[in-house]
Every structure is written in C-alpha cells, then in structure tokens.
Write a protein that binds this ligand. Structure first.
Ligand code: AP5
Ligand code: MG
Length: 182
C-alpha cells in the first residue's frame, strides 16, 4: 500500500487485510512499537521518525524482515518501500525467500487533502510526527524519495492506482473491484 502521508494507507491496508486474511505490516507502526521498547535502536528510530526523515536502511530491515518472514499466510506491506534502494532490496529479499509482491496499490490524493486529514488526526491521536512543520517535511521526503518507487513498480506492471479522496468505504470497494478485475 503506497501513497503520501495521510493518504489512507493504514486505514485501507487494515480493511483489506481483514477482507483477504493477510497480515497488515505497517513499517511506520512497527518502528513506533520499537521506540516503546527503549534502548539504542529506539533512540535512533525516534530521532529520524520524529523529524519525518526516513529511518536508516539497516535499522528498517532489522525491524521489518523478521515480520515478513513470519507472515506465512501472506501480507500487505503498508509504507514500504520508501525509496528505490528499499524497492530494489525488497525484490531481492522476497525473491530469495520465494515470495513476491503481486500488486502495488497506490492511493493517489492531492497533498492538501491529506494534510487536512493529518492535522485533524493530530488533535486526536498526538503522533509525535503530526506537527505542521514535520508534516510538511514528510511530504518533501515523500515527493523526493518515495514517489519514484511508483515508476519502479509500473515497469513491473503491477501498479493499481486508486483515487484516495472519496470515503473510506468507497476506496475499499474500488480496491476490491480492481483486485478482482485485473
Ligand atoms: P508511516 O507511519 O508510514 O506514516 P505516513 O506515510 O506519513 O502515513 P500516515 O501513517 O500518517 O498516513 P496513512 O497513509 O497511513 O493514512 P491513515 O490511514 O492513517 O511512517 C511514519 C514514519 O516512519 C516515516 O516518516 C519514517 O520516519 C518512518 N518509516 C516508515 N516506513 C519507513 C521505511 N520503509 N523506511 C524508512 N523509514 C520509514 O489516514 C490518515 C488520517 O485520515 C486518519 O485519521 C484516518 O482516519 C483519516 N482517513 C483515512 N482515510 C480517509 C478517508 N477516505 N476520508 C477521510 N479521512 C480518512
Ligand atoms: Mg499509516
């Protein structure tokens, strides 16, 4: 599940994982849980995540890869890969374990719509990276580092581009429709 901050990756991945019986693997959430454990790794993750920067490659892999390998009935990745290096590595890693991504769901949405959602969420959930300044930086990182990943998967012919602006239920239906018609 791919898209800019606040595009609904977590919301849609959760619904889809329930519908299809797949594990929802949110890299952002795994990293947040890792921070709760404390220690040196938690400090590193927190220092990047709270600024809206990508967490270092090796740290991400240490946290993410064991969870992928533990997801025997299949999984939905939410928020990874986040740059071309991660995308290329993920292909290599999955291939090595006889796995592959079957679809790449891209939630397409104008920045201002997602920013409004995140500012609303900030009032309720208090995620440390949901401040106005950090949200702005997360979008810079998204457009600069993460967006090129879409082209990588277009070349593999597995991208499903979904309008991320309607209601949660309408988006979910659109994803299911696309998955069953292509
Ligand atoms: P991550 O946790 O992935 O955050 P994000 O990409 O910024 O996206 P969000 O989780 O904020 O939004 P979302 O798209 O999941 O939308 P949601 O469903 O919540 O990453 C956070 C950080 O972790 C990164 O900045 C980085 O530091 C680090 N990180 C993560 N992965 C990494 C990686 N691979 N490599 C390196 N670092 C990594 O919805 C947003 C809000 O809108 C919610 O309140 C929701 O209720 C609402 N909403 C959802 N859908 C709708 C709708 N259709 N209509 C109205 N409201 C809606
Ligand atoms: Mg999320």
């Amino acid at each position: 599940m791919h898209g800019p901050p606040g595009s609904g990756k977590g919301t849609q991945a959760q619904l889809l994982s329930q519908k299809l019986g797949l594990r929802h693997i949110s890299s952002g959430q795994l990293l947040r849980e890792e921070i709760q454990k404390g220690g040196r790794r938690a400090e590193i993750i927190s220092s990047f995540q709270s600024r809206g920067e990508l967490v270092p490659f090796e740290t991400l892999l240490d946290v993410l890869e064991p969870v992928i390998l533990d997801s025997h009935s299949g999984f939905i990745l939410d928020g990874t890969p986040r740059d071309l290096r991660q995308a290329e590595h993920l292909d290599w890693f999955l291939n090595k374990h006889h796995l592959k991504l079957s679809k790449f769901i891209f939630l397409s949405i104008p920045d201002h719509v997602s920013i409004d959602r995140l500012l609303k969420r900030a009032q309720i959930e208090h995620r440390p990276d949901d401040t106005y300044e950090t949200i702005k930086h997360r979008f810079e990182v998204y457009h600069h580092e993460t967006e090129p990943v879409i082209r990588f998967y277009r070349q593999q012919g597995i991208v499903l581009e979904i309008d991320g602006t309607p209601t949660v239920e309408a988006i979910h239906r659109a994803i299911i429709n696309q998955l069953t018609t292509v």
